[in-house]
Design a protein around this ligand. Structure first.
Ligand SMILES: Nc1nc2c(ncn2[C@@H]2O[C@H](COP(=O)(O)OP(=O)(O)O)[C@@H](O)[C@H]2O)c(=O)[nH]1
Ligand SMILES: [Mg+2]
Length: 308
């Protein structure tokens, strides 16, 4: 399916294209679509992460509603935390984003995390790239277990980390440098009262000097998806980060780094460390030339390694 056909075919066409990508990700059609979509990024890609039950799905639903009201189109990728080894849903958590399925301007795709190390489904990147070429905003919900928070940083422009009032654990991880510092920290369930504001102040205090790379001071907000409190402030903060990224080519640089990391990781998964080492011997390196397309690059380097 071509990008043009996708633009004209609406949600049905998109669902079919994503199914095709999952079925045969290496196929010629899939690769052509990915290359084309890669060249035409449109959306601001926002990753929403945090532990199960913190309120990510509810927050995504609230963001979709807010953006739709503002006339933006939104694609959502919800990564299902269930895995083969846990045999189903983790802590009873299922990805559930309540939205209007008849709305042509929003689209929700659920994906199983499978057992990929790090927690983000393999197909997430491909789906993100396609949806990024179609919508104004792309949201990626992923459960934060262990290191998987850092994983969403590999696909999102802006990372929102959700913290529940009264739980200091996730914050400890960040302070200890176990997970990367997100761009925005959202204390959820602000309708629960003073605990939320206290949690927000605690987080803000603890991270007062923290920056999420490229000089972006981390912002903390208290939000209630239930009452709607703080949702406007959140969309405003997201726009502010988007504007920050747009300046000085930061967005281009960040996306380039993400692609480079993704190509390296994919090659490592397929060919192991020895494979990577032999690339150097053959005179190739993992650095992605400026402007190079990651899917194409992966095919090229993969072909080199497959030949041996
Ligand atoms: N009081 C309150 N409860 C919320 C809010 N957002 C989510 N919840 C509840 O928290 C639970 C987990 O929400 P969910 O969005 O599924 O969390 P997820 O597992 O992080 O995606 C559900 O029972 C929600 O109803 C909120 O803003 N206020
Ligand atoms: Mg959820």
């Amino acid at each position: 399916m071509t990008l043009l056909a996708l633009r004209e075919g609406g949600k049905r066409a998109l669902a079919a294209a994503l199914a095709g990508l999952e079925r045969d990700p290496e196929g010629e059609q899939a690769q052509a679509l990915l290359d084309a979509a890669w060249r035409e990024p449109k959306a601001h890609v926002v990753g929403v992460t945090g532990p199960p039950g913190v309120g990510k799905s509810s927050l995504c639903a609230a963001l979709v509603a807010a953006w739709r009201k503002a006339g933006k189109t939104v694609g959502v990728i919800a990564v299902d935390p269930s895995s083969k080894s846990s045999g189903g849903a983790l802590l009873g958590d299922r990805v559930r984003i309540v939205h209007d399925s008849t709305d042509e301007g929003s689209f929700v795709r659920s994906m199983a995390a499978r057992d990929r190390l790090g927690g983000l489904a393999d197909q997430t990147l491909a789906a993100m790239v396609v949806m990024r070429a179609l919508f104004d905003r792309v949201l990626i919900e992923t459960v934060g277990v262990g290191q998987s928070e850092t994983d969403v940083a590999g696909v999102a422009d802006t990372v929102v980390f959700c913290v529940q009032p009264g739980s200091g654990d996730s914050l400890q991880f960040m302070k200890a440098g176990i997970v990367e510092i997100p761009h925005l920290i959202v204390v959820t369930k602000a309708d629960l009262g003073a605990a939320a504001e206290r949690a927000r102040a605690d987080v803000a205090g603890a991270l007062s000097l923290a920056t999420a790379g490229d000089e972006w001071p981390v912002r903390t907000l208290a939000v209630s998806s239930r009452s709607g409190t703080g949702i406007d402030a959140l969309t405003t903060a997201l726009e502010a980060h988007r504007a920050h990224l747009s300046a000085d080519s930061r967005l281009l640089i960040a996306r380039h780094r993400q692609s480079e990391g993704w190509v390296a990781e994919s090659l490592r998964e397929r060919f192991g460390r020895e494979g990577i080492a032999s690339l150097a011997r053959l005179g190739f390196d993992l650095a992605l030339p400026a402007g190079a397309q990651p899917f194409l690059r992966l095919r090229e380097l993969g072909a080199v390694l497959a030949k041996g």
